[in-house]
Design a protein around this ligand. Structure first.
Ligand SMILES: Cc1ncc(COP(=O)(O)O)c(C=O)c1O
Length: 382
């Protein structure tokens, strides 16, 4: 389907083409100099001591859970209002995700009071997710973690460049995990990054990323090592040089992208409140500076969401849902072990949330067209 206005779009130009050519001409394709430079530049951007590029954020979340020491039967508190990878990663490590509710219909991030109610003897960590790039209440969550001796892991897939109290999201907890999937604020197609300030965690993550080996092909190519030992049960979660080069190019642009996303979000907010006052646009009073990854709205109670989305499609506009709550999925539903607390806010949002298009190349006219289509689709409701 050729959408008039898609949900998301990449922003590549000659610079990305040149970056790819540079790698091809260098004749070194997997983790090497580009990857090292990408990691160093991303570390500076995020304000973290260590960063490790990986194949995607799901791999980053998996490694973060292992490095955090999650083992069979350990509990990790996660939001159900997230992408399924947030919870799956806990299960890959043998842990049990315990779903906590989100704050409110205006603030779609994990609630500190719901986190505290979900803690048990088996809880080892809290995995937060900065929905749409809006910060969770990190000071409150860090206090809870300290009180109960838990690690905080950050699913920062949405949060590239967002910050709270002058600190970038993904650099608050023990480990931050970023995604460079093609709809993200900066992209390498597939790709991810781990960030940590802890030397020991960084060392373990590095070993786990590449089969548990003590040296890389790159080290041997450079004559720095002849052989290796295998000291952990690792994975192949490496990134390649083409993606790292794309990442370096996109990183130079991401602050500009985020600025444009902020302008578009403000325009959406103004037009929605003027033309569709029955629509709620969450995060009216955001904590910190968002990077505006997506544009969520809550439809009026009782609206047939699928009919609404079909109405938008008829105007050539793509919409989405962020997210069907994870505890509703077949692979999770009916397993009472994942639920300790009722999740009324998550369930309400799960029924009403719809995501409108948002990407830096959108024009103001595009935003106006989307809001006009929202008006039409609402008016078509019986
Ligand atoms: C909140 C969240 N967590 C994790 C992921 C997984 O990222 P990746 O596709 O890079 O594995 C995504 C990707 O959409 C996401 O939105």
């Amino acid at each position: 389907m050729a959408w008039r206005i898609p949900l998301a779009d990449i922003d590549f130009d000659m610079q990305e083409e040149e970056a790819v050519l540079r790698v091809i001409r260098s004749r070194w394709l997997s983790m090497g100099e580009e990857t090292q430079n990408f990691e160093r530049e991303f570390a500076e951007f995020i304000g973290a001591k260590h960063t490790l590029a990986v194949s995607n954020a799901t791999a980053a979340l998996h490694l973060a859970c292992i490095a955090a020491g999650i083992q069979t039967g350990d509990e990790v508190i996660v939001p159900s209002l997230s992408f399924v990878a947030t919870a799956n990663a806990v299960r890959y490590a043998g842990g049990i995700p315990i779903f906590a509710d989100v704050e409110s219909a205006d603030d779609l991030v994990i609630s500190p009071s719901s986190i505290e109610k979900s803690i048990s003897e088996k809880t080892r960590a809290i995995m937060v997710m900065h929905y749409a790039g809006y910060a969770c209440d990190m000071p409150a969550i860090m206090d809870i973690a300290k009180k109960y001796n838990l690690l905080v892991l950050e699913d920062s897939a949405h949060a590239i460049g967002a910050e709270l109290d002058g600190r970038k999201l993904g650099a608050w907890g023990a480990i931050g995990c970023f995604s460079f999937f093609s709809n993200k604020n900066m992209t390498t197609g597939e790709g991810g990054m781990l960030a940590t300030n802890d030397d020991a965690l960084a060392e373990r993550l590095k070993i786990l990323r590449s089969h548990g080996m003590t040296s890389l092909s790159w080290d041997r190519h450079k004559g720095r090592a002849w052989t290796y030992d295998v000291v952990d049960l690792g994975f192949n979660y490496r990134i390649d040089e083409i993606r790292a080069a794309l990442g370096r190019t996109q990183l130079k642009k991401v602050s500009g992208f985020n600025q444009r996303r902020a302008e578009l979000t403000n325009l959406y907010r103004d037009l929605l409140s003027e033309l569709t006052p029955e629509i709620c646009a969450p995060f009216a009073k955001p904590r910190g500076a968002s990077c505006h990854h997506i544009m969520p709205i809550l439809l009026p109670k009782g609206t047939d969401r699928i009919k609404f989305m079909e109405g938008m499609k008829a105007e050539g506009i793509q919409t989405s849902i962020h997210y069907p709550p994870i505890h509703y999925f077949k692979n999770y539903a009916g397993q009472t072990q994942f639920l300790r607390e009722p999740l009324p806010v998550t369930e309400e949002i799960g029924m009403r949330e719809t995501t409108l298009p948002l990407y830096p190349a959108m024009t103001d006219e595009d935003v106006k067209a989307v809001v006009s289509a929202v008006r039409l689709a609402l008016d078509a409701e019986p």
